[in-house]
Design a protein around this ligand. Structure first.
Ligand code: MG
Length: 430
């Protein structure tokens, strides 16, 4: 009998309690004070936009960004936070102190605490004035800041995939010990979370993540291997940064999201399904033990998941606006149909690699994620063909053994080692 045949699956089959409560917040008193990590990125900008529409609900108390000082200064003048931090980003040659001086010239020092350097991201993440931290910094930078926020018992709206993929066990442990909560910003996980409102994990049979399938879902596997950068950057339904757009084209993104779902909801990998849904209208589904399915639908849009994560599930009225296409009325009749198909593991080997690393557990997902970053970078710099991305990841995973995750220092060391191995492979395969 497969575990899915059991009439009552129960919590016994969960790896841990879900990190997110399944009840939307009601009866809020006062404004929600938000610290935004990664304010100049795509999610950060949409978050500030959304919060500007609801000045009675949100107060921005902290802003942190990498090195886009002009935009950060503009945002700081708009929202007047207490703390503004410029980190300099990963591996930047510019001295963060110079960036801070540039920032000071742009906004003045009066009324702001100005911080500089990657290490200060954690100061913004733990600032006492913040009720919730939006972790939207890209890459590993968000990891220690997310853990610091959770260690301080904060609520975290998590837009950064790497934190859960690289350090899932550390995040689970921190939530368990310090009572912080994690709210998903990724649209698929937000959809699952919304389907779980009022439900109990006892009643859940399976989570089903939808994938757009990227631009090459119908292409011949041999042709996919030769794809160029411009083609790969053209995503059919979502506007996103280059790294995640390539991850969507390889379906690596969906594999990373399965790992994310595993940690967020405590559900084993054999109960996470993936279905290709090219129009990205159904954002994901939950299948229950009685055979019922719930789905969350809407236009492809990040503002709604960002809003729900920041309000702990409280729904706010969305203003209709020309500048916000996802605020237009939704019409099933206009859509006509909702197409679905099974994912092809032959066309998209990265999906199988990610699910395999998730099942292996320990540091395997950290190795996978590091190798993927190096490989995608090499492809974007035209050092390597599209088909070699999966080869770099597969060989990196094959040459480093997974060990149980024990500390942040350990996963960062594994990450650095995996990057070295993957960079060498890029040179051989490039
Ligand atoms: Mg997503």
């Amino acid at each position: 009998m497969s575990p899915l045949d059991g009439a009552h699956l129960g919590r016994a089959l969960l790896s841990h309690e879900p990190l997110t409560p399944f009840a939307p917040r009601r009866g809020r008193t006062g404004r929600i004070r938000v610290a935004v990590l990664g304010s100049t990125g795509s999610v950060g900008r949409q978050a500030l936009d959304m919060m500007a529409d609801h000045p009675d609900v949100f107060e921005v108390v902290g802003l942190a960004a990498g090195r886009n000082v002009p935009l950060l200064a503009y945002q700081a003048r708009q929202v007047r936070p207490r703390v503004v931090c410029v980190t300099g980003g990963d591996g930047s040659p510019t001295d963060p102190a110079d960036l801070r001086d540039e920032l000071a010239r742009a906004i003045g020092r009066d009324g702001f605490t100005l911080l500089a350097g990657n290490h200060e991201l954690a100061s913004v993440a733990t600032m006492p004035e913040a009720d919730v931290v939006l972790a939207a910094t890209s890459g590993r930078g968000a990891l220690s800041a997310t853990l610091a926020a959770l260690d301080a018992g904060k609520d975290v709206a998590l837009a950064n995939k790497e934190s859960l993929v690289i350090a899932g066990p550390l995040v689970v442990e921190s939530v368990r010990r310090h009572g912080g909560r994690l709210f998903p910003v990724d649209s698929e996980h937000s959809a699952i979370w919304q389907c779980l409102f009022g439900e109990d994990m006892d009643g859940v049979r399976r989570l089903v993540l939808t994938a757009s399938g990227g631009p090459f879902r119908e292409w011949d596997p041999d042709r996919i291997k030769q794809i160029g950068v411009a083609d790969a950057l053209r995503h059919p339904t979502w506007q996103m940064g280059p790294k995640i757009t390539i991850d969507s084209a390889t379906l690596m993104n969906k594999g990373l999201e399965a790992i994310e779902a595993h940690w967020l909801f405590g559900i084993p990998f054999d109960r996470i399904g993936i279905v290709v849904h090219p129009t990205s209208i159904v954002h994901s589904l939950v299948e229950f033990v009685d055979g019922s399915l719930k789905a969350q639908l809407g236009w492809p849009d990040m503002r709604l998941p960002i809003q729900l994560a920041l309000t702990a599930g409280e729904r706010l009225v969305r203003k209709r606006s020309e500048a916000d296409p996802a605020s237009r009325p939704f019409s099933l009749a206009e859509l006509g149909s909702l197409p679905f198909q099974a994912p092809s593991y032959e066309r998209f080997p990265c999906l199988g690699l990610a699910l395999g690393a998730g099942r292996t557990g320990g540091t395997a997902p950290a190795i996978l994620s590091a190798a993927d970053e190096v490989a995608v970078d090499a492809f974007l710099n035209r050092d390597m063909r599209f088909g070699a991305i999966a080869e770099v990841i597969s060989e990196t995973l094959g040459s480093i053994a997974s060990t149980p995750v024990t500390s942040l220092e350990q996963v960062l060391a594994v990450d650095a080692h995996a990057r070295e191995v993957a960079s060498r492979l890029v040179q051989t395969l490039g």
